[in-house]
Design a protein around this ligand. Sequence first.
Ligand SMILES: Cc1ncc(COP(=O)(O)O)c(C=O)c1O
Length: 387
Amino acid sequence: MTCQPSVSTRSGVDAFLVMDMLRIANELEAAGDDIVHMEAGQPGTGAPSTVIEAAKAALDSQKLGYTESLGMPFLREKIAAYYKLKYDVTIAPERVVVTTGSSGSFVLAFLVAFEVGNKVALPTPGYPAYRNILNALGVQTPPIETTAASRWVPQPGDLDKLAEQGPLHGLLQASPNNPSGTMIKPEALKALVEKCQDLGLWFISDEIYHGLNYEMPATTALQFTDEAIVINSFSKYFCMTGWRIGWMVVPERLVRPLERLAQSLFISAPTLSQIAGAAAFEATDELEQRKAVYATNREILLTQLPKIGLDEFLPVDGAFYLYADVRKFTNDSYDFAQRMLKEIGVSVTPGADFDHARGSHYVRLSFAGTSSSVEQAVQRLGGWLNR
Ligand SMILES: Cc1ncc(COP(=O)(O)O)c(C=O)c1O
């Protein structure tokens, strides 16, 4: 009898339902169905032209070897300059760490900040990879159940309550939020930052959807503190999901420990993507045109969905997601989303991806595609929900 080595328990993280939906939608599409994709959280367009040109030139002229583990100095400088331009915040380029997407930043940030057995509060609904990565690293993730009434934003008192139950070590907050598209107001962000400082917690701010705001400017946690770990990416506003390039801004004392971790875990982020990412800062006009399409799509959904009976959602301050309460149609949004896909070819993400406890009453619609596809989705949904 042979004895097989076992698979680690740490790898038993949840699957991404959004990827399951994408797979089924793609299979139906390959079989000839006309599918409107509103499941995946990525821009419908590719990288802007400045990025493509920079990448082509780099392929022709550069060796594309490894770079410094913290990233190419000129890219770190460009990112630091972006904070000055966008938020009037001065940060030293040395505090910028370039990573393989923001996903690479999460792994590094969690490793540098937390021990096995620590606890990091995660507002729900929220992006599921936070929980999956932290849990795989042996960090516990007590949820903070936010509410639509508080615009899905955690309150400082939520942290007090959790801290009363035992040692707490961090909070991960995202604005604009995935899946709800809501944003935190500057004074509320400041209050959370201060509460984390009072309680001695790491404040990790996921700012990946900055740039995609419709109602109010986005505030970076760096406007209030140098102690936060701020995570961002070229994936969303800059339309570079597949280039796998992101960054974080960290307190100075984390730079060397992060460098040591990055050296061993990744060596460096993809060189071609670093060169290309730097050129994305020159693409503002093109990127703003794309954002204008999302703004139109948002308007279509905000005005049209209530007319077809889908009227329980907050009006999307940023990102390209609408998180709709569908409890008047179903108690099982997973089944609801599957049927929607198979019967009318509209692919959305069930809420369970973002909120284990309450997600069965919600679906997330991503409106990062074309305006005609969003109109098509509304039309199909209208007939289906009111049949
Ligand atoms: C809130 C949030 N953070 C981080 C990511 C990861 O993005 P990337 O690794 O492409 O930067 C995503 C991707 O959808 C996201 O929605």
